[in-house]
Design a protein around this ligand. Structure first.
Ligand code: COA
Length: 259
């Protein structure tokens, strides 16, 4: 199938899905979310696809976050609805996919990009990758599961620091935090993911699905996701969110008032 904002290619049973908006550092706008939803349906339903790799076009960015330009005019309810739709149609679909899905993080994985990587079954990163949840710079919090999945992966105290400072961290740091399984040179990234998937393809597919189901059962926090969606929506009723998103788009520092 072909997609407006994605490239996809199937080789040896692995569908490589490339988010293709390099001029906007592959930011997740509504079109990308729609396409990711459709491509995940294809992964679920096409028997020729045994696994998937999600990556970003270009050498600079995996995904630099949700598209901030779509945030400026949303109400609290619309903000919560945006997060809930993304959860249901993309992030939960990836997490619960019966076939393995690897994030091949090839540059910036910020905000929704970091959350997208965390929703995959595991992460392989190139040595130039940079992770972060910088939503607090915009007067926001993560809305695609970041407060929950990052905490599960790196632990409470480190998650608190990363979520409150919004600071970027390197692929090596992410590996040390237990978030990234391996760090490789950028031109070896897809090859490394394919190698791992070839090992998995030789195993019993129904057993692989059950591994995914059981690991996700252990981690399952639907109430946490719902609570995050509610709190994310509440940010949209604040002046600080207007100031933060305007400041980003106007390329200046925000001046937050706590209102
Ligand atoms: N949403 C919308 N547009 C984005 C974007 C996002 N999340 N991230 C980057 N872009 C756009 C920029 O506005 C710019 O567009 P322009 O060329 O039309 O001005 C283009 O992508 C290139 O980004 P730029 O900021 O010029 O690149 P840089 O190398 O100077 O900085 C980043 C790279 C990733 C540090 C910076 O783009 C950034 O901070 N992005 C936002 C990260 C973020 O807050 N994500 C969470 C969103 S909830």
């Amino acid at each position: 199938m072909s997609y407006q904002t994605l490239l996809s290619s199937l080789e040896n049973g692995t569908l490589v899905i490339t988010i293709n908006r390099p001029d906007k550092l592959n930011a997740l706008n509504k079109d990308v979310i729609n396409d990711l939803s459709k491509v995940m349906d294809e992964v679920y339903n096409n028997a020729d696809i045994k696994s998937a790799i999600i990556t970003g076009a270009g050498q600079k960015s995996f995904v630099a976050g949700a598209d901030i330009s779509e945030f400026t005019s949303l109400s609290a309810n619309e903000g919560a609805a945006l997060a809930a739709t993304g959860h249901k149609n993309v992030f939960d679909k990836i997490e619960n996919c019966p076939k393995p899905v690897i994030a091949a993080v090839n540059g910036f994985a910020l905000g929704g990009g970091c959350e997208l990587a965390l929703s995959c079954h595991f992460i392989i990163a190139s040595d130039n990758a940079k992770f972060g949840q910088p939503e607090v710079n915009l007067g926001l919090i993560p809305g695609y599961g970041g407060t929950q999945r990052l905490t599960q992966v790196v632990g409470r105290n480190r998650a608190m620091q990363l979520l409150m400072t919004g600071e970027m961290f390197s692929a090596k740091d992410a590996e040390q935090y237990g978030m990234v399984n391996s760090v490789v040179e950028q031109d070896k990234l897809i090859e490394k993911c394919k190698e791992i998937l070839q090992v998995i393809h030789a195993k019993a597919p129904l057993a692989i699905t059950k591994v995914i189901e059981c690991v996700n059962y252990f981690d399952h926090t639907q109430a946490g996701y719902d609570f995050e969606i509610k709190k994310f929506g509440e940010c949209f009723a604040t002046e600080d969110k207007n100031e933060g998103t305007s400041a980003f788009l106007e390329k200046r520092k925000p001046d937050f008032k706590g209102r």
